[in-house]
Design a protein around this ligand. Structure first.
Ligand SMILES: [Zn+2]
Ligand SMILES: [Zn+2]
Length: 296
């Protein structure tokens, strides 16, 4: 599978002279499976650019939504495939608001917050809120999901294909102050041995205690998870909108020092827009992981 980052920023788009290298677009990742399926993880502003590529094709798009916060949905009205007649787009979400299932991707396209109404779109979009894992399996996509520790709830995902694997866990606080949806030990088990772990690493110790309970993890906690879960490649994600490129470079240097001499991960990086990670399965051998920092 090929994993390409189109938006790596958390909370709000943050374009500017001091964020351009890692990028200012909010959460969106594209996974092209080895069998040619297109999987989209979240619909932050990064999805706009991805849409320009996917509009060249006519296959079904499967979109996994972590949750309905703005930075994960705001790009969707600008995702060109939704304007393609009869293009099939299957959106999987389990986010809840009170006791109601929501699909905020479509709720925002209501003629008031955006000039078009979702009911007027020519594509065949479908929002799947129940039996998500089974429904994806019917599309020949193997996914497990797990509740995130985040205000309002949501899900992390682990995608597997022919021995290759990628876990996408954003907007997750590994050690929340009160209500715990998933414990640290459960995270270690869920991520264990994964080829690529993409995890929220929005905060530094300096952000605490003020932001404890806001639903994001410390860089130091994510490093420890990568070691404990023996992941092969760690990609830190959902960078704070105020974190400059220079500060992210510093986090990356500290990662390298921290992981030196440790069994795992063998690769660590801070995700940047356009970066691509290619996973190639090998018979009876570990997956080959190739990083293209400049992107396809
Ligand atoms: Zn977010
Ligand atoms: Zn969120």
């Amino acid at each position: 599978m090929k994993i390409t980052f189109f938006g790596v920023r958390g909370s709000i788009p943050s374009p500017g002279y001091d964020t351009y290298r890692y990028g200012g677009n909010t959460s969106c990742i594209h996974i092209e499976t080895a069998s040619g399926q297109d999987l989209v993880l979240d619909a932050g502003t990064g999805i706009r650019k991805l849409g320009k590529r996917l509009v060249e094709k006519n296959n079904t798009i499967n979109l996994l939504l972590s949750h309905g916060h703005w930075d994960h949905i705001q790009g969707y009205p600008f995702f060109l495939p939704i304007y393609q007649p009869d293009r099939k787009i299957r959106v999987y979400t389990g986010a809840t608001k009170g006791h109601e299932q929501i699909c905020s991707l479509f709720d925002q396209i209501d003629g008031a917050n955006f000039p078009v109404k979702a009911t007027e779109l020519p594509s065949q979009s479908e929002c799947i809120t129940a039996n998500v894992e089974t429904e994806l399996a019917r599309q020949n996509i193997s996914v497990r999901r797990i509740p995130i520790n985040h205000p309002g709830g949501g899900f992390g995902y682990r995608i597997e294909e022919d021995g290759t694997s990628c876990a996408y866990i954003t907007d997750n606080e590994l050690e929340p102050p009160d209500k715990v949806a998933t414990t640290y030990d459960q995270w270690v088990a869920f991520c264990h041995g994964v080829d690529v772990l993409i995890h929220d690493a929005q905060y530094l110790e300096a952000d605490m205690p003020h932001k404890h309970g806001w639903g994001h993890s410390l860089v130091s906690q994510v490093r420890q998870l990568a070691v404990d879960a023996e992941v092969r490649c760690l990609a830190m994600f959902h960078h704070d909108p105020d974190r400059t490129d220079t500060e992210i470079d510093f986090i990356q240097k500290e990662n390298e020092l921290f992981f030196q001499g440790k069994h795992a991960p063998s690769i660590s990086l801070c995700a940047a827009e356009n970066m691509q990670i290619k996973l190639t399965a090998q018979l009876d051998k570990p997956t080959v992981i190739e990083i293209d920092r400049a992107g396809p």
